[in-house]
Design a protein around this ligand. Structure first.
Ligand code: ATP
Ligand code: MG
Length: 259
């Protein structure tokens, strides 16, 4: 669990449009890396390239390398389905399967792989994942109730439980708290903080307090203007980015002097 990732000279296209240009960075294992920057600068695009989900969008194409430990996930013989089993993704809107039980939601990614797993083993995975997502105490007495009977914050933690049930090497989260109230947001932030003991976590957020609270490293992305590609302007320790950034654009963005 918890592998290192390295992005090398990534260019990402949607058809003829170059959305992201020349992004390189190292993402350390057992750490939280935050991506920040204005809307449209390519944060989600880069994130989705890290588990090869991007190519499910027709016309989307990645140039460059993404190493998971030493393996380039874009190498010719690599199976994208296998990559997505090693790297979990949590989305902006909590998306549990609404009519499926809480228990089955946690197992949703597993059951595709091993239909004939013994019940005791499944129970173990459900408990471990829900504990890992800080949700166990709230749901342990109603594991067979439907997933949509939970609050928004609980649903998001259920989605995190589903993502960690497969024991991924890396956990990607695209604005995981933007649909949540402040209390649920803090619960998910606490959880992210704990997850880095076992996982490599990458989170996209618009909330700078959140980036500074939860992340070790921060990447600031920016675009020069509409139609130009997003670029990684600065990537450094979170504390440095938020107190003493090297680039003027970063400074302007974090102090809010920016469109
Ligand atoms: N499926 C797509 N087809 C074509 N262009 C796309 C697609 N998805 C994103 N883009 C474009 O790529 C660029 C980067 O988009 P992306 O969604 O990565 O930005 P973002 O930084 O995540 O923005 P936001 O903060 O609003 O979520 C934008 O110009 C966007 O319009
Ligand atoms: Mg986005």
């Amino acid at each position: 669990m918890a592998k290192r990732m390295e992005l090398k000279n990534l260019n990402i296209f949607y058809g003829d449009f170059k959305a992201v240009e020349n992004v390189s960075m190292v993402i350390e294992p057992r750490s939280v890396t935050a991506f920040i920057g204005p809307s449209g600068c390519g944060k989600s695009t880069v994130l989705r390239s890290l588990d090869r989900m991007l190519e499910l969008t027709s016309g989307a194409r990645v140039e460059g390398q993404v190493l998971l430990d030493e393996q380039d996930i874009y190498a010719p013989r690599v199976d994208p389905v296998r990559v997505r089993q090693q790297i979990g993704m949590v989305f902006q809107q909590p998306n549990p399967f609404p009519t499926m039980s809480i228990r089955d939601n946690v197992l949703a990614g597993i059951q595709l792989n091993s239909r004939r797993m013994p019940k005791a083993r499944k129970d173990e995975i459900v408990e471990r994942s829900l504990k890992g997502a800080n949700l166990w105490n709230e749901v342990k007495d109603r594991l067979n109730a439907p997933g949509n009977g939970l609050s928004g914050g609980q649903q998001q933690r259920l989605c995190i439980a589903r993502a960690i049930a497969i024991q991924p090497e890396v956990l990607l989260m695209d604005e995981p708290c933007s649909a949540l109230d402040p209390v649920s947001t803090l619960a998910v932030e606490d959880l992210i903080h704990e997850l880095k003991e076992n996982y490599t976590v990458v989170i996209v957020t618009h909330n700078m307090q959140q980036a500074s609270r939860v992340s070790d490293k921060t990447g600031f992305f920016n675009i020069k203007g509409t139609g130009t590609p997003g670029r990684l302007i600065e990537f450094d320790a979170t504390e440095k980015i938020f107190t003493n950034p090297s680039e003027q654009d970063t400074e302007r963005y974090i102090t809010g002097q920016f469109g």
